[in-house]
Every structure is written in structure tokens, then in C-alpha cells.
Design a protein around this ligand. Structure first.
Ligand SMILES: [Zn+2]
Length: 388
């Protein structure tokens, strides 16, 4: 639980923010809202607002620590139970979180903290989702894709494309299955995978030549072929980012021209690779989007899920859940920073290095320090510091 003094201090700051905030919500009259405190994201739900003015007045008066809204539209968002709301459809929403990526840096700083590597990695996942899947494979116009920094460790991606609104859970599961490459049968792309033949000359058994997808194949087959060719052209690092070990990456790059020519013809046997099935499955997983199955289930496939409202403050960081205009240039720890004024004395237990507002602080251990308000608040809400 967040200690009472930190909660009071944070509420005071949030109150300053909501008194001058102007948050807008598309089709607000059909949206369900949920509010929570510093320990529970949703403590109450089934709340509706007829317009943005009423919502903003409520936020300024009640100062909830956590504000969420539905990806769904309803006839009556306040109706209970859920069935009586009159579901009209749901936006398609994805939730990408650095803590799901199992990065080596997280062993050092813990999964709840974020460093620049975490933020860069999760941004890459967001680019992958939009540029490799939503736009080319689902023909979603970029103008319908809204990217929001979650306010903590990742991005929420909302698709406001009416074609997806009527989809039920089963159909949404198929979409997440596709983008996360879950349950893909590699034999469908590599029919000779794991099959043995008898060598005509020596009479000894050997692996059958590996035939596989070509770059112009539809779906995941073509995606895999194009992705490997593009990584080969970019060099070793690109292959390593697709789960290829350094030695094999070097071998593949050295034989680049030959390997690319092979793949173009559907011949994936230009370089000898051990444990082919595991190897190419690993590469395919490297191209898939890193969203865990529990998030898929709750956020993307669940049509009744509530997700953080863009423009509100995150109760675990004091940063804004910020709509992103240009993802490439977006610096979350700078552009979503609130409470830039003033300084606060805090007693820090143990905090890894923290970059906020373009400056770096810490690491700290058993120290009392005066820090900029945003930095002190971040540490208090991450439960690593208390007011001194
Ligand atoms: Zn990290």
C-alpha cells in the first residue's frame, strides 16, 4: 500500500493538474469510466459522462488517483450488470509493456522500474505493431491509429477503425494470435522440416533439403522471408535482434548473397544450421509483437476492458498517460512529465538511476535528498522513497 503521507502529497499534486486540465474523449456519451486509488486501478466503474465538461469537473472535484475508460461504446454505459449496457462495439486496443519483454536490464533494476533500454525496446515493439502488422496486414489507415504513452512502462495503441468495432472476443483472439505469432505451425511454411531422406550416393540417412516461404508469399510466410532478407542486408545486429546467436549471424552475413538468393527461390538450406525448427521458430518470434497472452486476453480480446484514459496522470509514476504525435521523436520521460516546478525532500530507500525531464538522478541508497517534484513524486509512487 502507498503510505498515507505520499498519497496525500500525490493527491494534492494531481488536484493542481486536474483543476486546469481539459481532457477530451471521442463519443464520450457511450463510454464507461472507472476510477481507482493508488493501490487499485479500478475501485469503481459503470460510470458515464454526457460531455467532457462534466468529466473534467468531476476529475477536478474528486481527484481520483487512477482514471480509466472503456474501449467499448454502449447505449447506456452506466447500466448494470454488463449485459444491460447495450454493447455497440469496441475499439481494438493493444497494451505493450516493457516488463513483458524480459530484458536483461530488468535483472539489474527490477521489472517495475524502467530505464532507457526498456523504453527504447518497448517503442520498437510499438513501431513493429503499427508498421509491420496493423498498416500492411490489416489495411488500417495510420490516421485511425492512436498511440498513447501508458504513463509508466509502455504504450497503449488504440485503433479507431469502424471495421473492427463489431468483432467479438474470438475474432480479436485471432488478431492477437497473428501479431504475436502464437501457435504457428512451422511445417506449414517449411514442409520438409525435420524430415529425413536417404542420400543416394552414400546410402546414409540425411536431412531433407529445407524448402520454405518466398518473400512474395502472403501472411507470416512472406513476412518471415522478407524479414530475414532485410535483416541479412542490415547486418549481424539485425539478425541478433531476431534471436539469432552471434556465430550463426556472422556465418549468415558472410554468405549473404547466396542465402538471399536461396530464400528468393524458396531454398532455405544455403547455410548449414543445426536444430532448424527451433532456429527458425526463434527468428519468427523475434518478428512477432511482444504482448503477453494475459494482456491479450484482458485488453485486446476482452471487449469490456477499461484502459487508462489518455491525458490523465498515472498513479504509479505521476507522469501523464500522453497521446503521442510522433513516436520516433517521442521522449516519454520528458514529454509526459508533469509537476516540473519546485523541489521536495525525500528519504530514499533504494532507487536505480532515473532519467526524468532530460536529467539523470541517482542511483540512491539510504539517502535523504531534495529533488525536483516530478522526480520525488515518481520515487514515492514507485514506493522507493517517502517524504522526509
Ligand atoms: Zn531496463
Amino acid at each position: 500500500m502507498l503510505d498515507a503521507r505520499s498519497a496525500r502529497f500525490a493527491t494534492l499534486k494531481f488536484s493542481e493538474f486536474y483543476r486546469s486540465a481539459h481532457i477530451t474523449v471521442d463519443r464520450i456519451g457511450g463510454k464507461e469510466f472507472g476510477f481507482g486509488d493508488f493501490d487499485n486501478t479500478i475501485a469503481k466503474r459503470h460510470i458515464g459522462f454526457r460531455d467532457a465538461k462534466t468529466l473534467n469537473a468531476y476529475l477536478a472535484a474528486a481527484v481520483p488517483a487512477s482514471v480509466s475508460f472503456s474501449s467499448a461504446f454502449y447505449k447506456d454505459p452506466e447500466g448494470r450488470p454488463m449485459e444491460s449496457k447495450g454493447w455497440l462495439g469496441s475499439e481494438l486496443v493493444f497494451d505493450l509493456d516493457a516488463s513483458d519483454l524480459h530484458l536483461p536490464c530488468q535483472l539489474a533494476h527490477g521489472r517495475s522500474w524502467v530505464c532507457q533500454t526498456c523504453l527504447d525496446s518497448v517503442k520498437r515493439e510499438a513501431f513493429k505493431l503499427v508498421d509491420d502488422f496493423l498498416v500492411p496486414d490489416f489495411a488500417i489507415p495510420k490516421s485511425a491509429i492512436r498511440i498513447n504513452f501508458s504513463g509508466n512502462r509502455g504504450y497503449h495503441i488504440h485503433v479507431a477503425d469502424e471495421r473492427f468495432y463489431p468483432l467479438k472476443t474470438k475474432e480479436r483472439e485471432q488478431i492477437t494470435g497473428y501479431i504475436t505469432a502464437r501457435g504457428i505451425n512451422m511445417k506449414a511454411f517449411f514442409p520438409t522440416l525435420g524430415e529425413r531422406a536417404v542420400d543416394e550416393e552414400s546410402g546414409r540417412p540425411r536431412n531433407k533439403a529445407l524448402t520454405g516461404p518466398r518473400p512474395d508469399d502472403p501472411g507470416w510466410g512472406g513476412k518471415l522471408a522478407r524479414g530475414v532478407v532485410s535483416a541479412l542486408n542490415s547486418g549481424e545486429e539485425a539478425l541478433v535482434s531476431l534471436n539469432v546467436d552471434k556465430t550463426t549471424a556472422r556465418k549468415l552475413v558472410r554468405n549473404r548473397a547466396n542465402v538471399i538468393m536461396g530464400i528468393t527461390m524458396g531454398n532455405w538450406d544455403k547455410v548449414n544450421i543445426e536444430h532448424k525448427a527451433d532456429f527458425w521458430t526463434g527468428v519468427l518470434n523475434g518478428m512477432a509483437v511482444g504482448q503477453t497472452s494475459s494482456i491479450d486476453k484482458n485488453v485486446t480480446s476482452g471487449t469490456e476492458h477499461l484502459i487508462r484514459l489518455p491525458g490523465t496522470v498515472h498513479p504509479g509514476t505521476g507522469l501523464m498517460a500522453k497521446p503521442v504525435a510522433d513516436l520516433g521523436k517521442f521522449d516519454p520521460m520528458k514529454e509526459s512529465q508533469l509537476f516540473a516546478k519546485g523541489a521536495v525532500r525525500v528519504k530514499i530507500d533504494k532507487a536505480p538511476e532515473l532519467g526524468i525531464g532530460g536529467e539523470t538522478f541517482g542511483p540512491f541508497e539510504k539517502e535523504t535528498k531534495e529533488l525536483p517534484t516530478a522526480v520525488a513524486l515518481y520515487m514515492m509512487l514507485k514506493r522507493v522513497a517517502v517524504l522526509a
